[in-house]
Design a protein around this ligand. Structure first.
Ligand code: FMN
Length: 366
């Protein structure tokens, strides 16, 4: 999460921050959580083609960076992928829809990587039903290289304000092969309002807010110890933590400066959006959810190659009673009757943000 230093200082007064920054000067150069980022450079460093492919798959986007995958390599030529039920999001994702989409992102990134290494991958989804693995991937010699492979190291979910620059008609036409693109002014304005109001609902409902706060990793030591969840690091944020201005308690307290500042940052960010990408499905089976994840991953790699930023905004798609009105509105705006909106994201021009943490491949093996 990136805080706007200017905004924060204007709210809490510059003196405190200057003092905090002074105290932090000694560690300024050393705050990158290198251990947590190591899997990004470890990708490709495996002789077994399945591990080679999985080392790329673990870099896939996934809800709350829970990395809800477990991988069984014990059968030759197969990768068996399970959803790790210890990584659930019971408040914001009670039916695990987003987590299964996340597994779909993993599958497609694995497939693309395997093709690069000369392997064709086919999938059996949920071969033993809901209680079994999410998929069995069968590896065979072959595979057609996918130009999206090159985008894997640079792909991000860009949680930043986008510039005013609109997408060109040619860009929209290209992206329409990957998702529904909403770029008309009226649609964009309606979606800004929806995503903002849904964000407020999630943030002001203590159980869902607490789920996020519990997953925040505050500072380098926490990020390296648990390389998942919502990483909040860097010199500036760690200065605030040192000064006692950014704590788990303050993030849960609507009267605190950090809570209020988070709200200002999100309002600005969610409104700085020139267009949206949407994925829908006619039914809402686990297979549909895996397919939606695979499609989202391809969209995210494509936007990366086009120099565009993509940011999922899932609050209005979450399935708990407090969100029901926004969920309905999202479906009224984005889907035909009976369809499910599987993904909604902002798309536009944004900065290249840092890589996010990952657990090493070895920790995800059964
Ligand atoms: C199903 C799904 C839902 C997501 N929903 C959100 C969201 O509502 N807000 C958000 O900021 N990021 C969302 N993300 C993005 C993840 O937070 C992100 O993928 C994860 O932190 C890893 O970061 P990376 O994609 O930059 O590698 C979502 C990702 C997936 C796959």
């Amino acid at each position: 999460m990136t805080l706007s230093r200017r905004k924060f200082i204007s709210l809490i007064g510059g003196g405190t921050i200057v003092a905090a920054s002074g105290a932090a000067a000694g560690f300024a150069a050393t705050r990158t959580p290198n251990d947590a980022l190591a899997p990004w450079s470890a990708a490709s460093g495996y002789a077994d083609p399945r591990k080679w492919a999985v080392s790329h798959a673990i870099l896939a986007p996934n809800a709350h960076n829970r990395q809800p995958w477990l991988v069984d390599l014990n059968t030759p030529d197969q990768v068996i992928i399970w959803r790790d039920v210890d990584r659930d999001l019971p408040e914001t994702d009670p039916y695990h829809r987003q987590l299964v989409i996340s597994l779909g992102c993993f599958l497609e990134q694995m497939r693309i990587a395997a093709a690069e290494a000369g392997y064709d991958v086919t999938f059996d989804y949920y071969p033993d039903g809901e209680d079994g693995p999410a998929a069995i991937a069968h590896f065979a010699n072959g595979g057609t290289k996918d130009p999206l492979f090159a985008a894997i190291p640079n792909r991000r979910s860009c949680k930043e304000p986008f510039t005013d620059q609109l997408l060109s008609n040619a860009q929209i036409a290209t992206l329409q092969d990957f998702a529904i693109i909403k770029s008309d002014t009226a649609d964009v304005e309606a979606l800004k309002t929806l995503t903002w109001e849904a964000w407020l609902t999630e943030t002001y409902y203590p159980p869902t807010m607490k789920e996020s706060v519990d997953l925040m990793r505050l500072g380098k030591a926490e990020i390296n110890a648990n390389p998942d969840g919502i990483d909040m690091g860097g010199t500036f944020l760690e200065s605030l933590m040192l000064a006692g201005l950014l704590t788990r308690d303050s993030l849960m307290d609507p009267n605190s400066t950090s809570f209020k500042q988070g709200e200002v940052i999100y309002q600005e960010m969610l409104h700085a959006t020139p267009a949206y990408a949407v994925l829908t499905s006619k039914t809402n089976t686990r297979a549909d959810q895996l397919d939606a994840g695979r499609q989202w991953l391809r969209l995210n790699l494509k936007t990366t190659q086009m120099g565009l930023a993509l940011h999922p905004v899932s609050q209005a798609l979450q399935e708990y009673p407090q969100m029901a009105a926004h969920y309905q509105k999202a479906h009224d705006l984005l889907a035909k009757p009976g369809e499910t909106v599987q993904m909604l994201g902002r798309v536009g021009y944004g900065p290249q943000t840092p890589q996010t943490p990952r657990w090493p491949l070895e920790t995800r093996l059964i």
